[in-house]
Structure formats: C-alpha cells, structure tokens
Design a protein around this ligand. Structure first.
Ligand code: PRE
Length: 162
C-alpha cells in the first residue's frame, strides 16, 4: 500500500540503524538504555505534534514503540556478538556525531509521515494495509528475523481507529 510505504520504510531504517547504535556502545561503559536521550526524543516529538495536527499522546506512544524496537535489535545483536565474537563489528561509530544525527533525521521524517497518513491510519483498513506494507518493506530490505520482528513491533500502534 503506497500510503504507508514511506512511514514503514522509515521505521525499517530506524530498526536497521540500531546496528550502528549497538556497534557504538558494545564494549564501552555506555548502556543500551539511555533514559535521558529517550525523554529528549519524546519531549521533542510531543512538542511538534499539535502543529502537525497530531495528538501528543499518540505520537509519544508511536515513538516509545520505535525506541523499544531499536532496543530489541540492540539486545539481540549484543547477544550474538557476545556468543560469536567473530561477528562483532570491526568499527565503532561515534554515537553523537555519526549515529544520533541520522536517528534525528529519521524521527523528523517519521513525524511528517504520521501527519501525512493521519486519515489513513484512522480507517478500519489501516491494520491490513499496514501489515501488507510491513511485509513488502521487510522483503525489499531483506530484513533478518531480529529486524523483521522489531519492525513489526515498531509500527504496532500506528493505526488509530478503535
Ligand atoms: O541513542 C541511543 O543511545 C539509542 O540507543 C537509540 C535509542 C532510540 O531508539 O532512539 C534507543 C535506546 C536508548 O534508550 C535511547 C535512544
């Protein structure tokens, strides 16, 4: 469904960049969970919501799921890298200068797509259309099981109909 493609593809990019987040933190004292950064993201998107015709609470719920999905991938990669040291990333990207700016850009895009799809997300057809789009994006991006599960979880509250 073309209507949900961009939203879903941005969510897929966001779970894929979790690889770089995990690579930046693995083997350092920085924990996967950064509640301060999370709150900054949630405050920022909540503040922008009304201007885009979106409810702050719905936007916060959506981004909580984005962040939780990102952590699912990070934890999965930590487990893999711990068990199979040969699969550890050779480089450690810098979180602040290389990774978070990309996440910021994805967050901005996701917010714009939430606004663009507001009507479609309120329809009863949303669940089916979104599920189909998730499968298509999943295939197009050749997501593995870990990222595929995370993508599904990341968009679980995107539909707003009762
Ligand atoms: O920026 C980080 O440190 C991340 O791990 C990414 C992210 C996110 O999805 O935005 C996920 C977990 C952290 O608690 C904070 C933010």
């Amino acid at each position: 469904s073309p209507g949900f493609w961009k939203l879903t593809d941005l969510a897929a990019q966001r779970v894929q960049i979790a690889d770089k987040v995990a690579a930046a933190k693995f083997g350092t004292p920085s924990p996967i969970d950064d509640p301060v950064r999370e709150q900054q993201i949630l405050d920022s998107v909540a503040a922008k919501a009304p201007g885009l015709g979106l409810s702050p609470s719905g936007v916060v719920r959506f981004f909580r799921d984005q962040i939780e999905a990102n952590k699912v991938v990070q934890r999965g990669l930590y487990a893999k890298w711990t068990e199979h040291p040969g699969t550890r990333p050779p480089e450690r990207p810098d979180l602040g200068t290389e990774v978070r700016p990309v996440i910021d850009r994805l967050n901005t895009g996701l917010l714009a797509e939430l606004a663009a799809t507001g009507d479609a997300r309120a329809r009863r057809s949303c669940d089916v259309r979104l599920a189909v789009t998730v499968r298509l994006v999943d295939a197009r991006r050749s997501l593995d099981r870990l990222h595929s599960v995370a993508l599904g979880e990341s968009v679980r509250s995107a539909c707003t109909h009762p």
